[in-house]
Design a protein around this ligand. Structure first.
Ligand code: GDP
Length: 333
């Protein structure tokens, strides 16, 4: 009798273990493998350097019953370290203090609200007006311009939007080949010119080809030599003028900024913005920096919305910038 009971118990145990294993496997399967990282896991992990700079160093502060002056200073230091910028930091911390949080947990909650408010609620969607819509992409070499173009193109293709790429960086020998390689990986055609050709004429040809093909969007890559070179800004100005004339309007001028350069990115952004009227920022390499707070500084100082953030080198590692997700990933317990 005892043996029968033991066997019955063993079978029941095996059934329970099997059910648990099956449920766990099903849950793993339903998690996207390469798509959008979820706030709870992917984004937090990708932003872990900035998260540590802000949140981990404030664990003691957020856990305390009452906030001392030193602790308020620690919050301020953490935001400065994350490159939120002195002016925005002072204002954000003052607003949190004005809220009179009773303890560290309330301070954290108020800080989340204030950081979200600092990012505002600008329109961050990729505007695609026109047929084809023209998206011009500018930025200094090495910021991640070409890979971001590929990632945006890939995102659009996955949404059944047809895309043509224009390789108007005719200055750098490898630029055309690099864009072509990405084009074939994403499955979109690339229009280019000879090295040294007039970038404005390549942009014009890309637009014309996209229109002839009935494509929905043409994304034009541009040269990214040092931003302090007047000829680069003049060249970009000409590309803009030609596209505006041909396409009767440019839908987006996206500036790609390298998030690891922190506040230096703001100087770059000002120059590009003065020259070509930037409509959105693509902030790359946030996975490799503790200075992700730069997103807040950029928006505050330039009044240009961050539209996409780069969080890795993979094709899906460029995601729309959602302030709530971003701030949660940095600060939520
Ligand atoms: P470009 O000169 O501005 O066109 O820059 P590239 O697109 O060639 O990118 C320069 C390097 O930055 C490449 O090695 C990219 O893989 C890398 N890169 C671009 N975006 C990101 C990102 O969001 N995260 C990381 N970790 N690397 C990136």
């Amino acid at each position: 009798m005892d043996t029968v009971l033991l066997i019955a118990l063993l079978i029941a145990l095996l059934v329970v273990v099997a059910v648990v294993v099956i449920v766990l496997l099903l849950r793993r399967k339903s998690t996207p493998a390469t798509g959008e990282p979820t706030v709870d896991t992917g984004l937090r992990i990708r932003l872990s350097k900035t998260r540590s700079a802000i949140s981990a160093s404030l664990a003691g502060v957020f856990g305390s019953d009452q906030l001392s002056d030193d602790q308020w200073e620690a919050i301020e230091d953490a935001l400065i370290t994350a490159d939120v910028g002195p002016a925005a930091t002072a204002e954000i911390v003052q607003n949190v203090r004005d809220d009179r949080p009773g303890d560290g947990a309330e301070a954290r909650a108020a800080l989340i609200v204030e950081l979200e408010a600092a990012l505002g609620n600008s329109d961050r969607s990729l505007r695609l007006d026109g047929s084809p819509a023209v998206v011009l992409v500018v930025g200094v070499n090495g910021t991640g311009k070409t890979t971001s173009i590929a990632k945006i193109a890939n995102r659009l293709v996955e949404e059944d939007v047809t895309v043509v790429l224009g390789a108007a960086d005719t200055f750098r020998a490898a630029a055309d080949a690099q864009l072509r390689e990405w084009g074939s990986r994403v499955g979109v055609s690339v229009v280019s010119g000879a090295q040294g050709a007039d970038p404005a004429s390549v942009a014009h040809d890309a637009y014309t080809a996209a229109r002839a093909d009935g494509a929905d969007v043409v994304i034009v890559d541009t040269a990214g030599r040092l931003h302090n070179q007047k000829n680069l800004m003049d060249e970009l100005g000409k590309v803009v003028r030609v596209l505006e004339r041909e396409a009767s309007g440019i839908s987006e001028v996206l500036l790609v900024l390298d998030g690891t350069t922190g506040q230096n990115g703001i100087a770059q952004a000002k120059q590009f913005s003065d020259a070509v009227g930037v409509t959105g920022v693509v902030l790359t390499k946030l996975d490799g920096t503790s200075r992700g707070g730069i997103a807040i500084a950029i928006e505050r100082e330039l009044d240009i919305p961050v539209k996409f953030i780069g969080i890795g080198e993979g094709m899906h590692d460029l995601i729309p910038f959602v302030p709530e997700d971003f701030v949660e990933a940095l600060l939520a317990p």
